[in-house]
Design a protein around this ligand. Structure first.
Ligand code: ATP
Length: 248
């Protein structure tokens, strides 16, 4: 009955520094082929949730102390981040994290680090990624550090795509970008979803934009899911409108 669920997070609790309880029992599920938005104010726990899934909390002195995480029906909460990437789930960190002194193309190629299928396949995928991101093709020889914020965000997503993921955890792609660029990036996310079948879990403070592209959404408040539903239902919900969409 869970065959169409690609990722499930079941009642996880996260504690930082042994004492700071930040996630207080978070559960969520991503349908295969879905774009699921994880919404909430600054500090609600979105980044913590994504890092818990990809096992990146240790560097932050954080720990999952309760609950389970399953990817493709298997427990993954003890896997290394690299092993999870090998299985098809990769995170694009908040703040983009390109290597500034490498070119855009070199950055994209670093994304193939878990692959063992050889150069020809990697080159082919690079060209496929350029087809989704024409701006990256134009800028392929530029140092990433000298490209725009939007181009760096595209580079970070393109780099993730080079690992041939079935699921991308995308943290706050709109951060610091003009609305038009955010729209351009979300359009590409939609195409990657539709054409490559990549599922997305998208953490966003930009509720309006996220609900325009997502199929389903969860709203986090201080470490708890307070509401969830199909994106259209959330868009029409009076509380969501008042508190998150800035209209009432
Ligand atoms: P943002 O939009 O800022 O990323 P968020 O919803 O992703 O917000 P988190 O970054 O997950 O929220 O933070 C959730 C809570 O955990 C916040 O109260 C934050 O101060 C706290 N927190 C985050 N990282 C740490 C850490 N390394 N040590 C202690 N507390 C932390």
């Amino acid at each position: 009955e869970t065959a169409d669920i690609v990722l499930s997070v079941n009642n996880i609790e996260v504690i930082y520094d042994h004492v700071i309880l930040v996630l207080k029992g978070v559960s969520l599920a991503v349908q295969r082929g879905g774009i699921v938005a994880l919404l909430g104010a600054n500090g609600a726990g979105k980044t913590t949730t994504l890092k818990a899934i990809s096992n990146l909390l240790r560097a932050e002195r954080g720990e999952v102390t309760k609950g389970t995480i399953e990817f493709n029906g298997e427990r993954v909460d003890r896997l290394s981040p690299n092993e999870l990437v090998r299985r098809g789930c990769i995170q694009v960190l908040e703040g983009r994290h390109c290597f500034g002194h490498l070119t855009i193309e070199e950055n994209l190629l670093t994304g193939a680090f878990t692959r063992r299928d050889g150069n020809a396949a990697i080159r082919r995928d690079l060209e496929a990624i350029y087809a989704y991101f024409p701006r990256l093709k134009q800028r392929r020889s530029s140092m990433a550090g000298y490209t725009s914020g939007g181009e760096q965000q595209m580079c970070a997503i393109g780099r993730a795509m080079m690992s041939r993921p079935s699921m991308i955890l995308l943290d706050e792609p709109s951060m610091g970008l003009a609305p038009q660029i955010v729209e351009e990036i979300f359009e590409i996310v939609r195409q990657l979803n539709a054409s490559e079948g990549v599922s997305f879990l998208l953490a966003e403070q930009n509720t309006n934009m996220a609900l325009k592209y997502a199929t389903y959404g969860y709203i986090l408040e201080t470490g708890r899911v307070v509401m969830d539903g199909p994106a259209q239902m959330l868009r029409e919900n009076e509380d969501v409108k008042e508190f998150y969409l800035g209209v009432s």
